[in-house]
Write a protein that binds this ligand. Structure first.
Ligand code: ATP
Length: 135
């Protein structure tokens, strides 16, 4: 089975560095799949699950909170604002972040705070959703 290299990095860590058979990314225009020898591509990512199948045929799910994916010369590089494997998501932390964001939205402060709170809420809800994959 043909494979290619997947790297998922954030400003503070490398979350994935693996030979993979396939990656499915949460693109801003919708989910898309990347297979070996995919044509070069550069795409923006939204908050969502990134799924991959490694060389042994095992699947994994990683939370990503936006960023970019670049596929070039059979190397798929994901630069994410933050990312965690489903099993590494701290559910209590995500629940606390959800409650903080909901309180900020309910308090109807200025527009910038509301936009940031909406994004924090989306991250928290997606983390809680993805953590169910390993429940
Ligand atoms: P919080 O308010 O809990 O920090 P956040 O959505 O603002 O949540 P991010 O800015 O996306 O957090 O991420 C900051 C760092 O904390 C990253 O390294 C990210 O991987 C990690 N992180 C955030 N939330 C969680 C979580 N629920 N479980 C595990 N790691 C998390």
């Amino acid at each position: 089975m043909a494979t290619f290299e997947l790297e998922v990095v954030t400003p503070d860590k490398t979350v994935v560095k693996s030979e993979v058979q396939m990656v499915v990314c949460p693109g801003t225009e919708g989910e898309f799949g990347v297979l070996p020898h995919h044509v070069s591509l550069l795409s923006a990512l939204k908050i969502g699950p990134l799924r991959y199948t490694n060389a042994a045929g095992e699947t994994a799910v990683v939370f990503v909170s936006g960023g970019f994916v670049d596929m070039n010369n059979n190397i798929c590089s994901v630069l994410a604002e933050s990312a965690e494997h489903a099993a590494d998501i701290d559910k209590a932390r995500a629940m606390a972040a959800k409650e903080r964001a909901e309180q900020r939205i309910a308090s109807k402060s200025d527009a910038i705070d509301e936009t940031r709170a909406e994004a924090a809420l989306q991250r928290a809800l997606m983390r809680l959703h993805i953590s169910e994959y390993v429940a």
